[in-house]
Design a protein around this ligand. Structure first.
Ligand code: HEM
Length: 164
């Protein structure tokens, strides 16, 4: 029996999208791990985190290479996510009235919603720390990333949001 005859969302085109979805998700999760490792330098003190930020900004090739990969991965992840969700819905139309999902964990079933929350966080986070437009009182911290993060976390609402 071919894959498409018993699983309407397992057609070769869907499988290609799932591969793109999985690979782009791996890139994004890898970034979050790397970013968290870099951010832990906050606990070593201002010199360590500021030197790390300065090193990144002094290597525009590396910085922009990583940014381009991240932007492309984000677009690919969102786009294939939308297409797969629509395909899954269309495949279920006219099917059984009860939800026949068998082996999907709660986190995998709610991933479209957690994805939207992460996207909202990312928009806020970029405006806050990268473009420095929000919640920092218009202060220019220059290259002092340490001071900027402390100022950001000094605001209770921001601290709760970043630690959700
Ligand atoms: C408490 C947790 C976090 C802290 C303290 C933090 C801190 C920072 C800081 C200070 C910057 C600006 C660096 C600079 O301009 O030199 C930054 C940039 C960024 N963060 Fe975070 N971050 C956190 C969590 C996250 C998470 C969970 C994500 C992804 C979902 C994320 C994604 C990014 C991205 C995409 C950038 C922009 C990098 C660039 O400039 O190209 N961050 N973060």
């Amino acid at each position: 029996m071919s894959a498409s005859s018993y699983c309407s969302s397992c057609r070769p085109a869907s499988i290609g999208k799932k591969v793109v979805m999985a690979l782009s998700g791996l890139v994004l999760a890898g970034f979050v791990l790397g970013h968290m490792t870099g951010n832990l330098l906050m606990f070593k003190g201002p010199e360590a985190i500021n030197a790390y930020a300065a090193w990144l900004h002094d290597n525009p090739g590396l910085l922009w290479g990583a940014r381009i990969v991240l932007i492309l991965s984000t677009i690919a992840h969102i786009w294939t996510g939308i297409l797969l969700t629509l395909e899954n819905r269309a495949a279920r139309e006219g099917g059984p009235a009860v939800d026949a999902t068998r082996r999907a964990s709660l986190s995998s079933r709610t991933m479209p919603y957690s994805g939207v929350v992460i996207l909202a966080f990312l928009v806020f986070h970029l405006l806050h720390f990268t473009f420095r437009q929000l919640a920092l009182g218009g202060v220019d911290f220059g290259d002092n990333v340490y001071k900027m993060v402390i100022a950001g976390f000094t605001q209770p609402a921001v601290a709760v949001f970043l630690h959700r």
